[in-house]
Design a protein around this ligand. Structure first.
Ligand code: IVH
Length: 501
């Protein structure tokens, strides 16, 4: 057993380092899921040893800091983080706690946008300040950058605007804009960005607002901070969370179209499923849902911890992006002779399946992604999409990584590789007639579902047939006898099988 105090210190140091990379550098060193697991371990450790939960512990504080070069601004009202739920049971436990204290409550369900939080101050309807969350008490003054965001009104609409309001929301880069930006960077021979969230954070936290202006950032607003109507009227003038969204919208501020008020765990579950199945059709990335008690009086009654409200919780979807080690890059020679590099990774679960291999398409792609053997890489598998190595985690390099080079000769038959077509990025082994790898792949292809669909003729059987010497190439398949097959190790025990095609 490790000493709990020592483990606590270790976890705190690790978490603080990851927070710095994420919030200050906009360049995370671990995946969100790995980070969440560390925070969870720390929380569990502190539950067993409450004396370790000092006010400085990451379980009691909000992520970011104020980076050098930005003026620091104190929020009029503190900016909170959210506690996480990773399963329906976690959600149920939270709902039960709410119910114990305040009876059954309607809950607003809405998308958890994967961006960075912002506080927007409007004075007499004019946008006067934009500030990042920072440590929750003070953040970075990014007013000049925020003013470049096209969809954000500089002046609030309507007749009833307060003397002062802090509007809280999320700045994000729409997925389409992210893809366009990366395509442009690639064309210019520059390194692409890893994901929309980091691009948005890097774009907003620019020292030069002219750079921010070239990035089509967007905002969704979802909460109020300080609010002074200026006419002595007490807050809350609006009694519900969904009422706040209606008010924000009436001021001309962007709000989500996907918020819904529901009651009971079954309705929450239905919402979560629906949201998850539609997550890739949204304009921005989401990493889960946020559930908020709708009644603001009950919100006040439930209160907050030092870092998060008790009246809200973030439900996190299973991760679609994980980190793993790229153990090797190998090449595969296909049935048409095309030679394709692919990554061999430490097996990792992502979006519900275990992934070990991912194609790297061609040498040009390997160079473009900039991955080296031994790198920690970001692996992404979105829904049903084929797993993709997004790129290396450069900050995690140790110096032991090795550059990979494309072979110039076929790894199967040694023939010099040629371009598929002139000027093509793909390389090909021209030895179509005798290259063993191509022959095996063609034999397997004949057995495959898209061709003759022979159940016992898969890749292993194809290799065994070719290696046993009973046939020279795929044409020989059609002259095979039972006697021939008995000479093939893989078929010895299958005397009566119907391999003869
Ligand atoms: S409400 C007091 N609503 O998630 C409650 N936050 O993990 C404040 N986030 O710091 C947050 N989408 O940056 C809220 N619909 C949403 C959100 C959302 C994304 C972010 C926000 C917060 C973080 C906590």
């Amino acid at each position: 057993m490790t000493d709990p105090r020592a483990r606590h210190q270790e976890l705190v140091q690790e978490i603080e380092a990851h927070r710095h990379a994420y919030y200050a550098e906009d360049a995370p060193t671990v995946s969100d899921a790995e980070y969440d697991a560390l925070e969870r371990e720390l929380r569990e450790l502190e539950a067993l040893h409450p004396e370790l939960a000092t006010p400085e512990s990451p379980t009691q504080t909000v992520g970011g800091t104020v980076a050098l070069g930005f003026a620091s601004v104190t929020h009029r009202e503190r900016m909170m983080s959210l506690d996480n739920a990773f399963s329906l049971e976690d959600v149920e436990a939270w709902l039960a706690r709410v119910e114990r204290e305040a009876g059954p409550q309607p809950v607003v369900c809405e998308p958890k946008i994967d961006g960075l939080s912002i506080s927007l101050t409007y004075e007499h309807g004019e946008l006067t300040r934009g500030v990042t969350r920072g440590d929750g008490t003070t953040g970075e003054d990014v007013t000049a950058n925020v003013l470049t965001i096209a969809g954000l009104p500089r002046t609030l609409a309507g007749e009833h605007v307060p003397a002062l309001v802090e509007v809280r929301g999320e700045v994000y880069l729409p997925v389409a804009a992210f893809e366009e930006l990366n395509a442009r960077l690639l064309e210019e021979g520059k390194a692409p960005y890893a994901n929309p969230r980091n691009t948005a954070a890097g774009s907003l936290r620019q020292k030069d607002a002219a750079v921010t202006a070239t990035r089509p950032l967007a905002v969704t607003t979802y909460a109020l901070g300080a609010l002074d109507w200026g006419d002595g009227a007490p807050d809350p003038r609006v009694g519900s969370q969904h009422g706040i969204y209606a008010m924000l919208e009436s001021w001309g501020l962007p709000v989500t179209a996907h918020a819904r008020v529901v009651e009971g765990v079954d309705a929450v579950d239905a919402y979560l499923r629906e949201l998850e199945s539609g997550r890739h059709a949204m304009v921005h990335e989401i990493d889960g849902a946020v559930l908020k008690v709708d009644d603001r009086a009950v919100q006040g009654q439930l209160g907050s911890t030092s870092r998060a409200p008790r009246w809200a919780i973030a439900y996190k979807f299973p991760p679609e992006e994980v980190h793993t080690t790229l153990e090797d890059i190998r090449v595969d020679v296909g049935r048409t002779g095309r030679v394709t590099p692919y990554g061999v990774m430490t097996p990792v679960t992502v979006a519900g399946s275990t992934v070990t291999y991912a194609t790297l398409h061609n040498a040009h792609e390997v160079a473009r992604k900039g991955v080296r053997i031994g790198d920690t890489v970001v692996l992404r598998k979105a829904g049903d999409v084929i797993p993709e190595i997004v790129g290396p985690v450069v900050a995690a390099r140790t110096g032991a990584e090795r550059e990979w080079t494309m072979p110039t000769a076929c790894p199967s038959c040694g023939t010099e590789l040629v371009e598929q077509k002139e000027g093509d990025k793909d390389l090909r082994c021209p030895n179509a007639q005798f290259c063993p790898a191509q022959i095996v792949d063609r034999i397997a292809f004949i057995g495959s579902r898209g061709a003759f669909d022979v159940e016992v003729l898969g890749e292993k059987a194809a290799a065994a047939l070719a290696e046993s010497g009973v046939l020279e190439n795929e044409a020989g398949l059609f002259d095979l006898t039972q006697d021939d097959l008995r000479r093939v190790p893989l078929f010895v025990l299958e005397k009566d099988s119907k391999v003869g095609v």
